[in-house]
Ligand binder design. Structure first.
Ligand code: ADP
Ligand code: ZN
Length: 298
């Protein structure tokens, strides 16, 4: 059986064709331009690739947001209020359903990645865990009590507020809404703006990383205290700086200050805060997992 997956990011789209369950057999990447142009390229990929291999069973879309996930809403399946030009109020699911006339799974990119990590990665066997991506922005999702986190809208973990020592770090933050929220202080573009060089170019022992680990640890401590996840999975471009993990493993228990008492944190923190088991494929396999979930739910 054949499933289509679209990892729809603000800068690029990744489309894949996967054989059940998660073997990627074709892939195409292209920049996110206008919705019409970008959707056309995705349509073409699935039309060209699926011919001769067999029909698609379902498509999954793991999208940048915010998105409308409320099935009772007239704008279910839309990108809602993004500042990305041309993309606000775009009917993402509807256009793909119309084009291919099949089931379309839809969720945030991070919930997709969380589902893939549950099925095939670092969250197998868990029922409450969090997936956080630290890249161009910071986004979070995951499972609580065995269900993907859906609520009023979807979680916006990147926009939680943190203590900010202005003397130690005078950078005001660059979130257009909040300034110094987690995303405004710790996403890739914030690192670049604070230090005047792209994050990828900073040396592994640059002071940027201790500060980054501090902000991420504040964020994680908030998530630990509110969601009580059994594991936290950290992905995204910034986490390619793997030296961040040991810094975070030291900082999180320090900030929890002995209050949350569990062996997972006190003794096995390197298995508690982890990179995605699926590595850089977590995002796109998330889209495939959403397709499979949509297919199975019919
Ligand atoms: P997106 O968030 O757009 O889906 P990524 O998760 O790949 O994509 O994040 C891209 C961001 O991650 C870039 O803006 C950059 O700031 C940061 N980044 C990419 N590679 C590295 C690296 N090797 N080290 C640190 N930061 C990186
Ligand atoms: Zn914010």
């Amino acid at each position: 059986m054949l499933f289509g997956g679209i990892e729809a990011g603000g800068t690029k789209f990744v489309c894949v064709l996967a054989e059940e369950p998660n073997r990627i057999i074709a892939k195409s990447e292209f920049p996110t331009t206008t919705p019409q142009q970008t959707f056309e390229r995705a349509f073409r990929f699935f039309r060209d690739q699926a011919v001769g291999i067999g029909d698609l069973a379902a498509i999954g879309i793991a999208a940048f947001g915010p998105v409308d996930l409320n099935r009772d809403s007239p704008t279910y399946g839309y990108i809602t209020s993004t500042p990305k030009p041309g993309w606000a109020k775009v009917d993402f699911v509807g256009q793909f359903q119309h084009e291919f006339n099949l089931r379309v799974g839809f969720d945030t990119d991070v919930n997709g990645a969380a589902l893939a990590e549950l099925n095939w990665g670092a969250a197998q066997g868990l029922n409450t865990f969090t997936y956080l991506t630290i890249g161009t922005g910071i986004g979070g999702g995951g499972f609580v009590g065995g269900a993907l986190m859906h609520g009023l809208i979807h979680p916006e973990m990147g926009h939680i507020r943190l203590p900010h020592d202005w003397e130690a770090d005078p950078f005001p933050g660059n979130c257009p809404f909040h300034g110094d929220c987690l995303e405004g202080m710790a996403a890739g573009p914030a690192i670049e703006k604070r230090w005047g060089a792209p994050a990828a170019q900073l040396e592994v022992d640059h002071p940027a990383w201790a500060l980054e680990a501090l902000y991420l640890s504040y964020g994680l401590v908030n998530l630990i205290c509110t969601l009580s996840p059994q594991r936290l999975i950290l992905g995204g471009g910034v986490m390619k700086q793997t030296q961040l993990f040991p810094l975070i493993w030291r900082k999180v228990p320090e900030l929890l200050a002995g209050y949350v008492q569990d062996a997972a944190i006190l003794q096995r923190i390197d298995q508690y805060i982890v990179p995605p088991g699926l590595g850089p494929e977590a995002g796109v396999l998330g889209a495939v997992a959403l397709a499979i979930q949509a297919y199975q739910s019919q």
